[in-house]
Ligand binder design. Structure first.
Ligand SMILES: *Cc1c(COP(=O)(O)O)cnc(C)c1O
Length: 368
């Protein structure tokens, strides 16, 4: 029985092996290991392909959020609002700069932030909102920007799962003051190690972020403030520049696969991700809800099909965030989803036949 992995990094590597290895070799030959010309080229290429004007490559998607918050001056005494249904890193970055994490529930249809709850948690200490384009499904950025403007709040779009996604024809990460990206190997655009990027709204913020990523300096020993080291390395920049040539094609393949899943699962009454009419989703993950998840996962596993849960515990119920004093029942939609969501295999090279096989096995046991 053919194995269908959850993500297939081999399939992508096999396609572009020669080019990737040549790019890595070039970095080694030139010794531009940290920052330098490969990072500059990647930042420029990323803006051309994804959208945005002021990119700063950095060490990973978590530091990208931290850097954006720091450069915007968010810190101790400030509150930052994000959503209970996201990857832990979104909250971690808020804590890292010393700000208070404030959560709201998710929207049942898009699984993103429930925008109707935003205004209720804004206080005089609120400084920023971090919407997350989770699963590659864009949040309604017009509504968020409008609200942020009225309340004078910064917006940082966590776009770690949403390279190439758009809202009303404009790329995610270009609406807010900053947009942050992860290039963790399994993401839609993945490095061969850790890497990330921040898109800044203007040159002033871009420069600050660059300094926060590199010991608070511009030239070698003129440290202007305390910062840290969150730099991108040349090998990752080279790998990512090579892969950027294919991201459009890979994104379309993901969307095709999502469409196939939709067509097979929706008529059977299963709840799947819904996308805002103005949004172009890029399906980092494909989510379906079931009432008998353990059984479904067991069945798929025994038929060599891998799947995942993103995420099994909403942020407010994690041990690490106990000190926020949230309790079970505070965010019922996120809690309910966390018990029912299942992520099916999703990657560009997944074929229609494989999607059909996944769904075929899924339908044998899954209950909506
Ligand atoms: C992956 C991810 C991050 C963190 O990125 P790393 O590169 O792993 O640090 C942040 N937010 C979300 C939503 C993510 O999926």
């Amino acid at each position: 029985m053919e194995n269908i992995p959850f993500v297939d990094l081999n399939a992508q590597f096999d396609q572009i092996k020669t080019e990737l290895k040549k790019g890595i070799d070039d970095v080694i030959e030139s010794k531009a290991f940290i920052g330098g010309k490969y990072q500059t080229l990647f930042e420029k290429s990323f803006c051309e392909v994804h959208g945005g004007d002021h990119a700063v490559g950095c060490s990973n998607g978590t530091s990208a959020i931290t850097l954006a918050l720091r450069a915007l001056g968010v810190g101790a005494g400030d509150e930052v609002i994000t959503v209970a249904n996201t990857f832990f890193a979104t909250a971690e970055a808020i804590a890292e700069v010393g700000a208070k994490i404030v959560l709201i529930d998710m929207d049942e249809k898009t699984y993103g932030m429930d925008l109707s709850q935003l205004e209720m948690v804004i206080t005089k200490n609120t400084k920023a909102i971090i919407p997350v384009h989770l699963y590659g499904n864009p949040v309604n950025m017009e509504m968020i920007m409008d609200l942020a403007k009225r309340h004078k709040l910064f917006v940082i779009e966590d776009s770690a799962q949403a390279h190439m996604a758009q809202y009303k024809g404009k790329s995610v990460g270009t609406y807010g003051d900053a947009g942050t990206f992860s290039f963790y190997p399994g993401k839609n655009l993945g490095a061969y190690g850790d890497a990330g990027l921040v898109l800044a709204k203007d040159e002033v913020l871009q420069k600050k972020i660059r300094m926060y990523a590199n010991h608070g300096r511009i030239s070698k020993y003129d440290h202007e403030f305390l910062a840290g080291n969150y730099r991108m390395d040349g090998i990752q920049a080279s790998v990512l520049t090579t892969k950027l040539k294919y991201i459009d094609q890979w994104t379309e393949q993901r969307r095709e696969n999502a469409k196939s899943y939709d067509e097979l699962l929706k008529p059977k009454g299963f709840k799947v991700i819904e996308t805002d009419v103005d949004a172009k989703a890029v399906y980092h993950l494909y989510i379906v809800e079931v009432s008998n998840r353990d059984e479904v996962m067991e069945h798929l596993k025994s038929h060599n099909i891998s799947c995942g849960i993103h995420y099994p515990i909403p942020l407010h119920l994690l041990k690490a965030l106990e000190h926020l004093n949230y309790k079970s029942g505070d965010f019922p939609k996120s809690e309910k989803a966390s018990k029912r969501i299942l992520s099916l295999p999703m990657y560009p090279e997944l074929t229609k036949t494989q999607v059909e096989r996944v769904v075929n096995e899924f339908l044998k046991v899954a209950k909506s």
